[in-house]
Design a protein around this ligand. Structure first.
Ligand code: IFM
Length: 441
């Protein structure tokens, strides 16, 4: 890695991130069915129809996994608490699920790691999916109840709480593009989910503040929309793409408004009275989490209905996901966010990482591509700090190879390799490189 811990301000946090359904093993501990279980069980949605029933069996092996985090010299661990584990039917608390997160919290703290919790990383209980999931406003209230229940159990020990992970994925990727559960392709469902997930963030913030919780915020994913060429059409298309992917969320949360160019498509489908929710959505937060992976080159698609944009494959090196590697995009977002949206509010890079077709050879995994990727992105964050962005930490996605949603177990994002037959963990070379870079001198 081309940086040292000492290149960063005192107190800057290095960590790794995971999410419940992707690692825990959802068949254990009385967790309820989620919309991902049914999505995965429907042919054609997920590679090999794989699901999170066993995943990395973190449910039983969390001690070993947290030891690896500690041994790497990490400061913090970002994890999520599954709604369907805590409330299997979406409303009744499951004591075993609550005990699991209680135990996990203590285990994180015992290792000197700061717990960064995410409340919703996509484990929607099937019972609520049956009622329309995020297209139904009532799901927002049910989510508020979950926030109360889990926070009463572990909130006293959290360093930081994020309400929702990547609302664009929850709403657009899942209801417009159909790539994630529930796999819809419907503009009306999308408009509603796009609003309700923001309102769920607001509802969670209200509940957390009622309990006096500090360090609360949200994690948004930012996708760099680069115009394909210097035509006006590409500029307008990239602007619209940016508004849908990025501004819909960050503008609502920090300013209480939606971009007009997106409302141009969604307005006829928005739930009645949505304007009255904007105040709750835009209540003050304590930090903004930034997930950043790639860019897309955008141009217009005049023959397609709204939004009439398409992305064109680029010429930069690609990861195993076929995502272009573009560290400059992280710099651009961090500086743009502080300039245009959050000012001096703390920013965390809550996810950044790459998938690669890693193999264990002679007991080791050699992944120089990932070491370079991480180094280049951390250096981009460092430049953003020098140019005024208040970036407080960086979390690698992901601690472990895990369930990569519609890609099943095929795409390996981990710094630690997982053999999905034996569940053996093997730290990759990038893990040791990061460990050396963040060692205290
Ligand atoms: O695995 C996902 C994670 O759940 C959310 N952010 C992006 C990651 C890589 O696709």
């Amino acid at each position: 890695m081309q940086f040292r811990r000492s290149d960063f301000p005192e107190g800057f946090l290095f960590g790794a991130a995971t999410a419940a359904y992707q690692i825990e093993g959802h068949k254990f501990g009385g967790a309820g069915s989620t919309h991902w279980d049914t999505f995965a069980a429907t042919p054609g949605n997920v590679i090999r129809a794989e699901d999170g029933a066993l995943a990395c069996d973190h449910y039983h092996r969390f001690g070993e996994d947290l030891d690896l985090l500690q041994e790497a010299g990490m400061d913090a661990y970002r994890f999520s608490t599954s709604w369907a584990r805590v409330m299997p039917d979406g409303k009744t608390p499951n004591p075993k699920g609550l005990d699991f997160y209680d135990m996990l919290t203590d285990a994180i703290l015992e290792r000197g790691l700061k717990p960064f919790q995410t409340l919703y990383h996509w484990e929607l209980p099937s019972a609520l999916a049956d009622q329309g999931g995020w297209t139904n406003r009532d799901t927002v209230h049910r989510f508020g109840e979950f926030v109360d229940v889990i926070t009463n159990k572990i909130g006293d020990r959290m360093d930081s709480i994020a309400t929702v992970n990547e609302p664009w994925c929850v709403a657009f990727l899942s209801h417009f593009l159909g790539h994630h559960a529930p796999g819809l392709r419907d503009i009306r469902a999308t408009a509603r989910a796009m609003h309700h997930i923001n309102l769920a963030h607001g509802e969670a913030m209200t509940r957390l503040r009622d309990k006096g919780m500090k360090n609360c915020g949200i994690v948004l994913n930012f996708d760099h929309a680069t115009p394909l060429d210097d035509t006006q059409e590409s500029a307008a298309a990239a602007n619209l793409q940016d508004a849908i992917s990025n501004r819909w969320f960050v503008e609502a949360i920090t300013k209480g408004t939606y971009p007009t160019e997106v409302l141009a498509g969604f307005a006829p489908h928005m739930p009645d009275g949505w304007q009255d929710d904007m105040e709750q959505i835009s209540q003050p937060i304590d930090f903004l989490g930034v997930n950043y992976y790639t860019r897309h080159r955008i141009t217009s698609d005049p023959d397609a209905p709204w939004p009439g944009v398409r992305d064109v494959p680029g010429d930069l090196p690609l990861t195993q996901m076929d995502w272009e590697i573009y560290p400059q995009g992280l710099y651009d977002f961090l500086t743009r966010l502080s300039r245009e949206y959050v000012g001096d509010l703390p920013l965390y890079v809550t996810e950044n990482g790459m998938a690669w077709d890693d193999k264990v050879e002679n007991g080791a995994v050699f992944d120089p591509e990932r070491t370079k990727f991480v180094s280049d992105h951390i250096l981009a964050a460092k430049r953003a700090i020098a140019d005024g962005a208040n970036v407080k930490g960086f979390f690698y996605w992901s601690l472990l190879d895990n369930y990569e949603w519609a890609f099943g177990y095929e795409k390996r994002f981990g710094m630690i390799h997982v053999d999905f037959d034996t569940l053996k963990r093997t730290p990759k070379a990038s893990y040791y490189a990061l460990k050396a870079a963040i060692a205290r001198e």
